[in-house]
Design a binder for this molecule. Structure first.
Ligand code: SF4
Length: 90
């Protein structure tokens, strides 16, 4: 098991929106992100976290609305597996 660590913040790809992705191979299904930001994260059929994109679930990346950025950032910080990556806008 990987200890708590800082979330992955990588360089922007200049999309104009914060992008979020999840490494489903790292996810431990702890559910912190789902509890923190259920409008962004959800468990898939295998109980691994995925990202909401309309009616679909994906590992991302997906764009996060500006008003949900703090929730996504909090979820990334809280993730015990450092499985959530945020790419901020330029
Ligand atoms: S907080 Fe991290 S380990 Fe827990 S469910 Fe979300 S992505 Fe998976």
């Amino acid at each position: 098991m990987k200890a708590m660590s800082e979330p992955n913040h990588s360089a922007s790809q200049d999309t104009g929106a914060t992008r979020v992705e999840v490494d489903q191979n790292l996810c431990q299904s702890a559910g912190y992100c789902v509890r923190t930001a259920p409008q962004i994260f959800a468990f898939d059929a295998d109980d691994i976290v995925a990202l909401r994109q309309g009616d679909q679930l994906t590992s991302g990346p997906v764009d996060v609305p500006e008003d949900q950025f703090k929730l996504a950032d909090r979820a990334a910080w809280d993730c015990p597996a450092a499985a959530i990556t945020l790419t901020p806008p330029a």
